[in-house]
Design a protein around this ligand. Structure first.
Ligand SMILES: [Zn+2]
Length: 90
């Protein structure tokens, strides 16, 4: 049996979120250029950004509220051509 190691999952990697905060499925994280948000590319939710301070709060929310947040972020994303950004929870 041959075991392939995944180079991108090296133990030296900094804290990384491997599950989509909206749909909770495994996603690829797009490495952020800024320090205060994380960008994901999710097969269900699409590409979006979320503030690091908002991730914990989102994970505590019911599924319907998470999706509403993402929908609102999409509407605010330059008429749908920009990348949705979930910046804060209120
Ligand atoms: Zn998702």
């Amino acid at each position: 049996m041959i075991v392939f190691t995944m180079g991108r999952q090296a133990s030296v990697m900094p804290k990384t979120y491997y599950n989509c905060p909206i749909s909770e499925e495994p996603v690829h994280e797009v490495l952020p250029r800024a320090a205060d948000f994380v960008e994901f590319f999710c097969p269900t939710c699409g590409q979006f950004r979320i503030a690091k301070t908002a991730i914990g709060a989102v994970k505590d929310m019911p599924q319907s509220e998470r999706e509403a947040l993402l929908t609102a972020a999409r509407l605010n994303a330059q008429g749908g051509v920009g990348i949705p950004f979930i910046s804060s929870i209120h």
